[in-house]
Design a protein around this ligand. Structure first.
Ligand SMILES: [Cu+2]
Length: 181
């Protein structure tokens, strides 16, 4: 069986108030101002994926917890879904997302916690030991907490969702979009 090719995901935009069609939106303009910019690329390299997030226009000198979530952004933050996990925690439910550090950790999820400089800009990078093929995350969500919790029962938690950026697949030139056959 031929291996499915790994997918590159990308998102970029200036935050707007939530609406039905926005792909970059704020749920809390006091912490994630309208007009601030988010840009993210998740790029496969062999068996790994390199992720990079760049932000500007956020509050200065502040940490923001950031993760890949399963759904595209929605006008309601709850609909962005739980964290994307490579190996999905079998104990997680819609009401009780995974907080087991065996699954909710930055090697099984994509964590891009970022710290801004004095101008509100920042960059974070991570490399995770998996690629996206038949499934992948739909968004990058910024949280209220300054960093993501890691202890058992709290792992992956980061407070309220304050902004969201929708991801889309970057189609390599000359390759048919997936699902076209
Ligand atoms: Cu999150």
């Amino acid at each position: 069986m031929a291996a499915q090719s790994a997918v590159t995901l990308h998102g970029e935009g200036a935050l707007t108030e939530p609406n039905a069609t926005s792909t970059a939106e704020t749920y809390n303009p006091a912490l994630a101002p309208v007009g601030s910019r988010l840009k993210v690329a998740l790029t496969p390299s062999a068996e790994s994926t390199n992720a990079e997030l760049t932000v500007s226009g956020l509050l200065p000198n502040r940490g923001y917890a950031v993760h890949a979530h399963i759904n595209a952004c929605s006008a309601s933050p709850e609909l962005d879904g739980p964290h994307y996990q490579n190996r999905v925690d079998p104990a997680a439910t819609r009401q009780a997302p995974s907080t087991n550090p065996e699954y909710a950790n930055p090697r099984n999820e994509v964590w891009l916690d970022v710290r801004t400089d004095a101008t509100g800009s920042g960059t974070s990078r991570t490399t995770v030991p998996f690629v996206f093929t038949d499934r992948g995350p739909g968004s990058i969500v910024v949280h209220e907490a300054m960093q993501t919790a890691t202890e058992p029962g709290q792992a992956g938690k980061a407070g309220a969702r304050i902004a969201c950026l929708t991801l889309s697949a970057v189609q390599p030139q000359g390759v048919e979009p997936r699902g076209s056959r």
